[in-house]
Design a protein around this ligand. Structure first.
Ligand SMILES: *C1O[C@H](CO)[C@@H](O)[C@H](O)[C@H]1NC(C)=O
Ligand SMILES: *[C@@H]1O[C@H](CO)[C@@H](O)[C@H](O)[C@H]1NC(C)=O
Ligand SMILES: [Fe+2]
Length: 863
């Protein structure tokens, strides 16, 4: 397999005197090194040890300072002697001894190359050198797959864990630093075909969601790079275009059996998870909506009662004894049924009991729990304070007519505990969950062109003296049947406990929940965490050397995000994918996220700014962390501000160690090109926005890095890990409604009087889609055993003590925050923290065990 066409810059320049290491090194100072690596799974132990007997892998140190910008290489040192008695090795890892001669000209062990002349790759974790005069221990944290040398045009270079701003780089390393960044940037779209071993990070549009070759109904727009559908960039994969549309990228890799390209070291490090997700992806990559319809149409299975739903968790659902069943089995791949609908053929298998119904099967139906979840559920990021009555719309009146709310004072005034509407607003007592403007422009299309029947919704809330909220009224709005310019048609529903009014009120809450769960999944979760982070990852790898302090700071917050997003494009966002199957905007799901990306403001992702923007907090130097909350018991905000503030302190301490003045920030060419690329390319569809920070001061750098870390860690954790605990019970968080509200004097209205549960289940998601959706949220709500949580990092990530000490303080602070969160959850005065379902708010507890725990803040968007 050895290819001789390799171009080796080092070999051609390497002086002849650097021969292979000789065994006899008497009289010279010997530097001991330890190399820890992991063999590829498919390589046998015997073959593996023969690789080293046969001298197939060697290391050379980058040495002398005599050449100004590119240090020379020392002699080749082969890996051959296995160290058997080393503790602390991970699963499948092997340690090797290497020895280097030390002499005066070798005095700079800041980088090394490693060359693999065997035919298969290995994972290089670390290299450690000991005994170098005046250096002590030198650690190289490599964490990279090293492929056979013919795969690379230049040898693989690794740097020690020292940190240098560009101008501080030791002269012999300067060229290596630049060349490594060039390799990571690649040669651009026209010039390279990306292969499995490549490490190129480049940008692409979301142009791989449709499959136009299958027919017009499988076409989808290109998101990103155009004014109509702005979008963050994704990583480039270099798949060929489709036949029908040269601007659309085909969905599968060119070679069967290969994966879609992801930069090699971004691939899942967690092999178990990768295998599991891999099966799901395989069974789903050809679309699921059609399959689910096949299942539904042929076996008209619907939930009839809430007990049917509970059976999913208690006994497993018996499949109907339907003669068509055999036929369905053939149509629907068994892998699909197994992985997604989880059936053994006769039953749908049991699902774990979601926390929301563990202690009380009906508490979710109460108004208290309905509103509490707006403050302490999985989407606690939308509620805002009402500052104007009635609520107004910001939609263009010329296009959409009057979209202002139809809620009147008369409708709510008797429920304001003696206050007038004006007084309630002045006293910060009125709040709103507003899903009106975001939805309305899409509603006509969604309701006519898909089977979804949904409303735009506004839910008005009153803050009571005990610190909890109560709902006042729900407004359901639809576009006027005569046309958009006639404005909205709205219906109002108020709380009711008995009779048909109570059934109507439950349905009204359900429409709100549909709204909110779609917004949660597509906007709060997918767009505002997964999608917006990817451009930061790409820009960081392309523009900031691994020697750069900001690269080192952000590195753990990018783990596993690119492969997870790749899976999302393969099975969730694609035409006929999971989102189209199970979330109400159906084939408009991604268009909807694009339209809300128009409103995305990076700086407002900072928690304090987000709270202020929603009217939930104001700056106040007297209050803890500098902000006063209007709803004091707003669990997401209270816990979130503590976490935010801890991240900010850590980031400021870390950055100020490297940047002693604002000038150093302005004069850092890597940092400036990084920021420019994020603004102009990664988030290039937003490049003309005025809100981008300039990146000229330590404050701006601190705020930017704090925001990136917040979004990738805590914000993602809140919206991700509660999905099963809260949404695993579908009636609490339905994602689709299939029917409009029953109107008086219709048969549906009569049915509501006699069979309210039946009407409920005809309205929400069907059974098969529910099972499919719940299987997926179960999968993505759990923590793997390899999860790395906020405040934790791989040891040896830097050689600088002050940053290590700052990280230690950060971890300690997080432990204290966690203790305070648990204390608050035990405080009966804080009624929003637990609620009638007896489900305490733990989504911002930093630590977690394995599995579905409803808590834990991993460093990165890793699932
Ligand atoms: C929920 O809100 C969205 C907009 O946020 C709207 O399009 C949709 O119709 C609403 N869904 C329901 C079920 O009311
Ligand atoms: C909606 O309310 C705002 C504020 O009161 C008002 O300026 C606007 O004209 C109203 N829109 C329409 C179409 O009536
Ligand atoms: Fe996620």
């Amino acid at each position: 397999m050895h290819c001789h066409c390799l171009i080796n810059a080092f070999d051609s320049k390497a002086p002849a005197k650097y021969n292979e290491e000789t065994a006899d090194t008497t009289g010279k100072l010997i530097i001991q090194g330890t190399v820890i690596l992991q063999k590829k799974k498919t390589v046998s132990d015997r073959l593996f040890s023969s690789i080293f007997r046969r001298k197939k892998i060697y290391v050379q140190l980058v040495t002398d300072p005599e050449n100004d910008l590119k240090g020379k290489l020392g002699r080749r040192t082969y890996l051959k002697e296995e160290i058997t008695k080393l503790t602390g090795l991970g699963d499948g890892e092997t340690a090797f001894r290497v020895r280097f001669n030390w002499n005066e000209e070798v005095a700079l062990p800041g980088a090394l190359i490693i060359r693999n002349e065997h035919s298969s790759e290995f994972y290089l974790r670390t290299v450690t050198l000991e005994g170098a005069p005046s250096h002590g221990k030198i650690h190289f944290l490599c964490n990279s797959w090293v492929y056979p040398s013919h795969c690379y045009q230049k040898d693989r270079v690794f740097f020690s864990n020292k940190t240098y701003l560009p101008h501080q780089t030791p002269a012999p390393l300067i060229k290596y630093r630049e060349e490594e960044l060039e390799i990571l940037r690649g040669k651009g779209k026209e010039n390279d075909m990306l292969e499995e071993w490549d490490r190129v990070y480049d940008y692409a549009y979301y142009n791989d969601l449709g499959e136009p070759d299958k027919g017009p109904e499988h076409e989808r727009p290109i998101y990103g790079g155009n004014a109509e559908y702005p979008y963050p960039r994704r990583g480039r994969t270099s798949r060929p275009p489709t036949k029908t549309d040269l601007l659309t990228e085909s969905r599968l890799p060119l070679v069967k059996g290969k994966d879609v390209y992801i930069p090699r070291d971004e691939k899942f490090s967690n092999t178990k998870l990768a295998d599991f997700l891999g099966d799901t992806v395989k069974s789903l990559s050809h679309g699921v909506a059609g399959l689910l319809d096949a299942v539904v149409d042929m076996t008209p299975m619907e939930f009839d009662s809430f007990q049917d739903v509970l059976d999913m968790y208690e006994g497993g659902i018996k499949l109907p004894n339907n003669p068509l069943l055999g036929k369905i089995r053939e149509d629907v791949p068994t892998e699909f049924l197994k992985s997604l609908v989880r059936t053994d053929g006769a039953h749908f298998l049991k699902y774990p009991m979601p926390d929301i119904i563990k202690e009380d099967k009906s508490a979710w139906r109460t108004d208290e729990e309905f509103v509490r979840e707006m403050l302490a559920g999985i989407n606690p990021v939308v509620i805002s304070r009402l500052e104007e009555f009635p609520p107004v719309s910001k939609l263009d009146a010329n296009r959409y007519g009057n979209q202002n709310s139809s809620i009147t004072k008369e409708c709510i005034k008797q429920n304001l505990h003696g206050l007038t509407v004006e007084e309630a607003i002045q006293n910060n007592r009125l709040y709103i969950l507003d899903h009106h403007d975001t939805v309305m422009p899409f509603l006509r299309q969604i309701n006519t062109e898909t089977s979804s029947k949904v409303y735009a919704t506004r839910t008005l809330l009153f803050l009571k003296d005990d610190g909890t909220l109560k709902p006042l009224v729900i407004e359901l709005s639809r576009p006027h049947s005569k046309g958009d310019q006639f404005g909205a048609v709205s219906e109002l529903y108020t709380p009711a406990k008995d009779g048909v009014e109570a059934s109507l009120w439950l349905l009204a809450k359900t429409y709100v929940a549909v709204n909110d769960s779609a917004y949660h999944q597509l906007i709060s979760h997918w767009l505002n965490t997964h999608a917006v982070i990817e451009p930061f990852i790409i820009a960081t790898k392309r523009r900031l050397s691994i020697l750069h302090p900001v690269n080192k700071l952000l590195h753990p917050h990018f783990r596993d995000t690119m492969p997870v997003n790749t899976i999302a494009r393969q099975i969730a966002l694609n035409a006929d994918g999971l989102f189209e199957a199970a979330v109400y905007p159906r084939k408009y799901v991604v268009q909807w996220t694009s339209s809300l990306y128009k409103d995305w403001v990076f700086t407002d992702q900072a928690l304090p700014r987000d709270l202020i923007k929603r009217g939930m907090a104001v700056k106040d130097s007297e209050s803890p962390h500098g902000y006063k909350l209007f709803i004091e018991d707003y669990p997401y905000a209270v816990d979130g501000l503590e976490i935010w503030s801890a991240i900010e302190t850590w980031v400021r301490e870390y950055c100020s160690f490297y940047y002693k003045s604002d000038d150093m920030i302005t004069n850092d060419p890597e940092l400036q090109s990084w920021w420019k690329e994020i603004r102009e390319i990664g988030h290039g569809d937003k490049k003309d926005e005025k809100w981008w920070l300039e990146m000229k001061t330590l404050d701006e750098l601190t705020e930017t890095c704090t925001t990136i870390i917040w979004v990738a860690s805590a914000l993602h954790a809140v919206v991700n890990f509660g999905q099963y605990p809260y949404g695993g019970y579908m009636p609490n968080r339905p994602t689709i409604s299939r029917k409009f509200m029953p109107q008086p004097n219709t048969p549906e209205f009569e049915e509501l009087k006699t069979n309210p549960d039946g009407v409920f289940f005809k309205t929400v998601l069907s059974q098969a889609r529910t099972l499919a959706a719940i299987s997926v949220i179960e999968l993505i709500s759990g923590h793997s055993s390899e999860e790395v949580y906020l405040g934790q990092r791989e040891s040896g990530w830097t050689s600088d003590s002050p940053p290590l000490e700052a990280l230690e303080r950060f971890s300690k602070t997080l432990v204290e925050i966690e203790n305070r969160i648990l204390e608050r959850n035990n405080d009966p005065k804080l009624k929003n923290r637990v609620g009638p379902a007896n489900l305490p708010f733990t989504l911002l507890c930093p630590s977690s065990g394995v599995g579905i725990t409803g808590r834990g803040i991993p460093n990165s968007v890793s699932i």
